[in-house]
Design a protein around this ligand. Sequence first.
Ligand code: CP3
Length: 344
Amino acid sequence: MTSMAPLLVAARGGTPSHTPVWFMRQAGRSLPEYRALRQGTAMLDACMDPEMVCEITMQPVRRHGVDGAILFSDIVVPLKAAGVDLDIVAGTGPVVANPVRTIEDVRKLPELHAEQVQPVADAIGLLLKELPQQVALIGFAGAPFTLASYLVEGGPSKNHERTKALMHGNPELWHALLAKIADVTAAFLHAQLDAGVQAVQLFDSWAGALSERDYREFVLPHSKRVLETITTVPRIHFGVGTGELLPAMREAGADVVGVDWRIPLDVAVQRLEQAAPQLPKPVVQGNLDPALFFAGFDAVEREVRRIHAEGKAAAGHIFNLGHGVLPDTDPEIITRTVELIHSL
Ligand code: CP3
């Protein structure tokens, strides 16, 4: 019998042979081999090229020896594949040609059919042949709120003012919008699951912009509907600035709760346990500030040791950053960090 990948053992609250580690945005601009391969190919075209997706997903696995491979894609890929006119602009992020603001706009939003993301499924097929057995392949999608923010604002937003205006000014329209996005998100995740991903992460990157009350009323039911459809693999639920939302995000459906760098893991565990004493001890992921990689290895080592110790308060800890790898990060320090975590 073959043993289960350490990341999947930790995600289930078991005791793996070593602390598993991967990094959000590990596949991307911090790697020279990524930049070389991407030369001349637009981001969204790269996401629809199975060989390229496979190679970029493999790059950080080969270089850093991480325990998880995050599928190279983007949260807007399913929207684009379904027919929404949008692009990813370098240095800016997703830009939507016709922002969604009226009931007519919501009605016009297309559904996603699995064949529209067949190249993603093909890439997963290639990856399952190439990945070492101990490395878990993680699929992902954007959560309804974070995708809604891009669709409503038309691009990245600091204050999410149009999104919040719609949420509070026209709740009926808001819920219709989130329900439609939830269908797209679920369809994208199921296309990945059918192709064989071994865990999934729902990125609600901007949920931390909301109060807990608003999150519960306007977002949680939709994320919950997506996550409830996934019963076969561990589900990781992640956001930034979500210290106040962690119990609600677990309630939405999460086997693993993502934690940014703003609160320590033992505090996160305490909040999760107090909110739901009837549930099993929580599993957490994250916590290292991505900016720490610019502070030198001694500073990283101190933080890694602290986080590793505090992570013992959880039933399982998947080591990760509190958000994605920053583009100017030195890849060498990432590799050394993985070696350190594996040695603890
Ligand atoms: O390594 C990985 O984590 C896998 C790939 C991945 C990408 N985007 C590739 C990417 C993942 C998991 C994402 C998710 C994603 N995309 C999120 C959620 C995670 C988070 O960071 O909060 C969000 C909010 C997006 C939207 C998005 N796409 C942004 C904000 C940007 C950055 C814009 C910029 O250029 O600074 C993108 C583009 C993007 N997605 C890049 C990559 C590697 C950079 C584009 C490029 O290399 O040309």
